[in-house]
Design a protein around this ligand. Sequence first.
Ligand code: ADE
Ligand code: ZN
Length: 332
Amino acid sequence: MNNSELIRVLPKAELHVHIEGTFEPELMFEIAQRNKIDIPYKSIDEVKQAYNFHNLQSFLDIYYAGANVLVYEQDFYDLAWAYFIKCQQDNVVHTEIFFDPQTHTDRGVAFEIVLNGLKKACVDAQEKLGITSHLIMCFLRHLSEEAAMQTLEQALPFKDQIIGVGLDSSELGHPPSKFERVFAKAREAGFLIVAHAGEEGPAEYVWEALDLLKVNRIDHGVRSEDDPKLLERLVLEKMPLTVCPLSNLKLCVIDDMADHNIHRLLKQGVKVTVNSDDPAYFGGYMNDNFHAIEQALPLSQDELKQLAINSFEASFIPESEKRKWIKHIHAL
Ligand code: ADE
Ligand code: ZN
């Protein structure tokens, strides 16, 4: 079996994907039309041309604008269902999906509209495609602590439908410490905890995510490499990093995929995983990310398998499910 075939047949879990980042231009146009909402593009080509980013903020501005056409429960369902079809194509058998409620509630869309649409797609994906999933609600870190606290309050009645909370949006200038009290309350309520840290921000933000937010996983975390003491701790604590190679390239976190540190981190024993982040904007879903690193870096087949094994070990599924998928990978 060559590497391409291996990537195709490997069962994988995706642990870092923003549902608003899976919004393909074709679906964006369709939903904009049926909701009679103007978008600042004349054609799908024009949309794709706008997807030229020089840092995280230049992407976020366009990403939040795209999400403006999502209004009704059916819109959120259609968005998530289209992503689940991509999962099926890439043999992603389990996914833990981020959503940004504040992007929608701040426009007057009710929290329940967003959650119900996404949840219905998750139920259908399990029934019709055999794909399991969890939802993780992210707080927008460029907004206030108070706004995050209000969002947490809104989520409490739906605790059984949301496995965890996360932290995303503009990293620089918005350290994890800003949300220490919100995450303490979320932990008390029983949510699992993740946070974007060390994407554009320094290794110091990863320390804060570990010590102050008490995360179960770090999203991105690639800047941890700047700090040997931090790397030591990540290895010792088996702390997963949800790495997003194409995202890092498109947002200029790295200049060249050959410079990506996912292979170095893997060899040092860090529990790194491969993820797509915002695949509609960054040029590819799960398998595209695997192909991009496989082509640029000298990854062996055992290492490709280890990345898939890591994705299940780092996931929030029951131990018995983890063992089932890992056994399946060892048998390939
Ligand atoms: N929201 C969507 N994608 C993101 C990323 N890569 N970093 C921070 N916030 C995000
Ligand atoms: Zn992300």
